[in-house]
Design a protein around this ligand. Sequence first.
Ligand SMILES: *[C@@H]1O[C@H](CO)[C@@H](O)[C@H](O)[C@H]1NC(C)=O
Length: 499
Amino acid sequence: MDYFTFLLFLILISCFPSSSHAQNSDLKLPLRAVNLGNWLVTEGWMKPSRFDGIINKDLLDGTHVQFLSTKLNKYLCAENGGGTLVVANRPSASDWEIFRLWRVNESHFNLRVFNKQFVGLGSGGVEAVSNTPTGSETFQIVRKDDDLSRVRFRASNGLFLQAQSETLVTADYTGSGWDDGDPSVFKMTIVNILEGEFQITNGYGPDRAPQVMQDHWNSYITEEDFNFMSANGLNAVRIPVGWWIAQDPTPPQPFVGGSSKALDNAFTWAEKYGMKVIVDLHAVKASQNGNDHSGSRDGFQEWGDSNIDETVAVIEFLAARYGGRPGLAAIGLMNEPLAPGVTIDALTKYYKAGYDAVRKYTTNAYVILSARLGPADPKELYSLAGSMNRVAIDVHYYNLFSDTFKSMTVQENIDYINNQRASNLGYLISPNGPLVLVGEWTGEFDGDGASMEDYQRYARAQIDVYGDATFGWAYWAYNCDRNHWSLKWMIDNNFIKLQ
Ligand SMILES: *[C@@H]1O[C@H](CO)[C@@H](O)[C@H](O)[C@H]1NC(C)=O
């Protein structure tokens, strides 16, 4: 080549990341992975005791509560679901009678109604009109010492809420009784709870949460676990992370800094034990599915067009930080977007931009696109994926969470894996299509009283069928209080053998 061609050649090769030779050229597919769930994104059910130190730990952000006036024997209701008065005239409770807590501190709360307004003080009585909670939307919930389900509300004016009549609720009561006939007494029923990262960090509050979270990150997953995983036939981990990691070490409150250090450690340990990492953006700002593990404050699913740029920025942070790591196998752009709330248009726009953000830092890492949960064809992303390189579609298979599985016998569960799941996978796998990842599955199923052998057969069937997934599979989870959900427990107790 002549001098100028040579110069051009030099410029070109210097454009590639200097560590590109160290990137995942040794990636061996399909992966056999496990999810490090409940490590960097909290899911309370996996280790409930972590919440034990929280005062009023049953009144966390997003808790759905109903209030029955003991005097009128009627439920409080945000009339029309919100936008007008709060009344006390409903004999039974459903959507408009549910209030979602926003926790100000251990004793003070905002109450968010069906149409998303907050309960506050208006001139014509208590109303649900304001879209932002201020002082006048803040109530102290006073609980009866020997019956915590009996509550009274002290409003910002220092007076108690009272149900004067079925159509008039005011904040002007000065009495202090707990009798059924007292108009300020309500019976509180908790109908739903959230136990995610927002709940635990805001529950402990800014003074205690940083230490609680740091202790958890240090102990829940350690280097020894990577040693165990690699020695037992696993070659990758899928690590859920939340959007707040991108603002480490000072994420917005109530989130706590330090999760990116923990993720750095995971890469170091994975690389030491010859394993790969899938970083999975599990919790996006505004929530893509309303679940605990989406980082939601109150369970409303609100992710949409206006959140695309900030979510791409999180992917950019991850790609910039880990794009050159030899341990990086893939970045998952969004876990479990839920249809129809997350539209295919918004998701497609985001996936395109997220893909480009990853490609700024690595040409080797795979980009993972999660199929939408809910009413959506799992192949709806295939034309988009066709315009991308090194891309995989993520699907999650649980024989749980639906009536379909409630009445199945053990054998029917196993048959379902061998027939239905195998056929679902066959539909997704195509020679020119994207690779396929079964990014979540578990050994647990609705098989009341199933024996150890039943569990072994059920797990074996899944390992065999999901073994055909071209990108691989990932068990949910590694460490969990519920034994069948813990791959470590399943391996230690001979329920699952991977080698
Ligand atoms: C909780 O917040 C309220 C309202 O801002 C405040 O008056 C109260 O002192 C706080 N209580 C605690 C225990 O921090």
